[in-house]
Ligand binder design. Sequence first.
Ligand code: GTP
Ligand code: MG
Ligand code: NA
Length: 457
Amino acid sequence: LKRSEDNLRSPICCIMGHVDTGKTKLLDCIRGTNVQEGEAGGITQQIGATYFPAENIRERTRELKADAKLRVPGLLVIDTPGHESFTNLRSRGSGLCDIAVLVVDIMHGLERHTIESLNLLKMRNTEFIVALNKVDRLFGWNTCKNKPIVKAMKKQSNDVRNEFKRRVTQIITQFKEQGLNTELYYKNKEMGEIFNIVPTSAISGEGIPDLLLLLVKWTEKTLVEKLMFTNEIQCTVLEVKAIEGQGTIIDVVLANGVLHEGDQIVVCGTQGPIVTTIRALLTPHPMRELRIKGSYLHHKELKAAQGVKINAQGLDHAVAGTGLYVVGPDDDVEDIKEATMQDMKSVMSRIDKSGAGVCVQASTLGSLEALLEFLKSPAVNIPVIGINIGPVHKSDVRRACAMLERKKEYGTILAFDVKVTPEARELAKENGEDKKRETSGEAVFPCRLKIMPDCVF
Ligand code: GTP
Ligand code: MG
Ligand code: NA
């Protein structure tokens, strides 16, 4: 397949922003689903992915008389958590995307993680559109279900329009304080220099057509080179999930290339590279969320961009946040195995060679890196002798217990966002209950409770 402007892949769009600004709800509104109400505490805790085919986007934007044909096959949208614990997931999401939507609550303006997201986007030079969400909360708002925003604004009273103007002006000023020029998209005369703001409501759908059309048109206009389809696989592991009766399945984002059933793949594992064969390639239905259980579509092959579930043997120790490689007919498996383990190696090299230190365990490579970085900082300075990704098993506890005899204050596992198996907990109790009290002083781990809330023993 030749790289050409006539063969574009779907752009990947990441939804970012402060907690509860309505990121998931906006996607629900476009999908016609109710994912948000099913979330524990109404909080997103995982990266999600949804594929929107071009025909759905065309349908949804018809009122804007966008007769021009869309050149991309669809849009892959990545939902990220806004809660403060998930900086690593936001970072992983923003690292995957071609374009982003930064969601701001019109009633709150810029908040802490709006600014954090903004900085991630600036750092990677990612184009983005601001969705100024919850316009329906303006006092006296007249609902105009799913209408383009300019039409909806015409139906509002003077009071609502003035209140809207006042808040928009304030938020534009807040962006300016962050060094960014922004403007309502329908007034923006310098697209490219000035970032677009699209007012939206995730509840009644005003502005959604505008957001979708702008996303697709903007990516087609500015990212053609980046969106040219290639056969070279670009694929990242998002989540590693044990599914009862089916072994372990990985959720991946396929950003470029084609995956086939039967492909030989290599992924990074905590115990070394994993070489296996794709047994099944699954996606949710279009307009459905990858992270929500449902019926899946089986595919013989899948073209980027897509959020995909891969079923294969031996994926138990796969590491989320690392790349997935396909072994081609001319490739040397050994080379690929080595490439796969690069990310892991850079983390491994931080382990203390003196043999005294704590053990650290996290759910993803990204969060493990963040933890190691923190422990290494001069203010904290705690050596690490063992790391692992995934649940804490008995063997992990045994490794930490060995330290009790050498340097008992290090007989500790700092575990972040991982489960502890009952057997592991039992073993830790037998060996460590007393020591727990001895070693859990704030002086040793000043910020422990803040960044490692799950378990320390
Ligand atoms: P996290 O993923 O946890 O960061 O939150 P989020 O940004 O995905 O926000 P979410 O979709 O969970 O919405 C948070 C709350 O705001 C929910 O109660 C929604 O019903 C409400 N909400 C979201 N969008 C709108 C909107 O446009 N208008 C109104 N009135 N409420 C909204
Ligand atoms: Mg959410
Ligand atoms: Na929420």
